[in-house]
Design a protein around this ligand. Structure first.
Ligand code: ATR
Length: 274
């Protein structure tokens, strides 16, 4: 019987995950079906239960259910526990195990696809919501010189930094504290682009040869990457690669085989350009 997988979200109609996983399955010769499933805002747990009743083997979880998925799981990976959020469910023998592949996906895109070395770098992470929280531990595992978390509301960044202080050199504060400082890698994990808002970033923030990375993606240049270009960031990348790499990591957990991501990423990129 063909194994069943899904992605849960609300909204979900425009999710690229079904196409990504179908491509992975074709490329690796795996027999599986992967569907997009809309869960009601108050119906995530019920939707997952129904899915498992149908024989569902695993699922991805996207906005706005990642924190609820974290609470639903009876087992958590170390990185999911740290993130406080789950984007991957592994359903086996009545047990729902939760993992979080977002941070690993980001780091693999940066290090493998973009060829950027994290070790020794000064990293700035903008934002202190769920998206930021999920990537802190994997970034620190890359042994940067330091990780600075800066947020519009400084207190949230300070709390986050304290929560990860045992894993490396990490500090948190407000966007206003960035004046006069510069960074090698600046990652946007805020949702400011969604409203088209511009971040209040001081000149000189992007060091020579720096990389600006936006966890968001879309048709054309994202607002953050446009700002980074204007402010002198040498290299710029959006989050399409992270999307594909977090999917590959989930696929690997479910099927115990790692798909090649380059072809899928190129296809999605062409789709966005067309
Ligand atoms: P997500 O799960 O995508 O991280 P979230 O938890 O709502 O979503 O967090 C959104 C993040 O984007 C927060 O860090 C938020 O800053 P505040 O904590 O100060 O609200 C940040 N953000 C959203 N809009 C912003 C804007 N216009 N300028 C700066 N930061 C913004």
């Amino acid at each position: 019987m063909t194994d069943l997988y899904a992605v849960f979200g609300n909204p979900i109609a425009h999710s690229k995950s079904p196409a990504i996983h179908a491509a992975f399955a074709r490329a690796t010769g795996q027999d599986l079906r992967y569907e997009a499933r809309l869960a009601a805002l108050d119906g995530f747990a019920a939707a997952v239960a129904e899915f498992i009743g149908e024989g569902g083997r695993g699922a991805n979880v996207t906005v706005p259910f990642k924190e609820e998925a974290f609470r639903l799981c009876s087992r958590l990976s170390e990185r999911a526990a740290r993130a406080g959020a789950v984007n991957t469910l592994i359903c086996c023998d009545g047990v729902i195990a939760g993992d979080n592949t977002d941070g690993a996906g980001l780091v693999r895109d940066i290090t493998h696809n973009l060829g950027y070395v994290l070790a020794g770098k000064r990293i700035l992470l903008l934002g202190a919501g769920g998206a930021a929280r999920g990537v802190i531990a994997p970034l620190l595992a890359g042994e940067p010189a330091a990780l600075t978390i800066a947020n519009r509301s400084a207190d949230k960044a300070e709390v986050l930094a304290a929560a990860f202080a045992d894993l490396g050199q990490v500090e948190g504060g407000g966007l206003g504290n960035l004046a006069g400082r510069s960074f090698d890698l600046v990652i946007n994990a805020t949702s400011a682009s969604l409203s088209g808002a511009r971040l209040d970033l001081p000149d000189g923030l992007f060091a020579p040869a720096s990389l600006a990375y936006d966890m968001m993606y879309g048709k054309g240049e994202t607002p953050f990457l446009a700002q980074a270009r204007e402010q002198g960031a040498a290299r710029r990348a959006d989050g399409l690669g992270m999307l594909v790499e977090q999917a590959a990591e989930a696929f690997c957990l479910w099927r115990n085989c790692r798909p090649d991501t380059a072809g899928v990423l190129a296809e999605l990129r062409a789709g966005l350009a067309g």
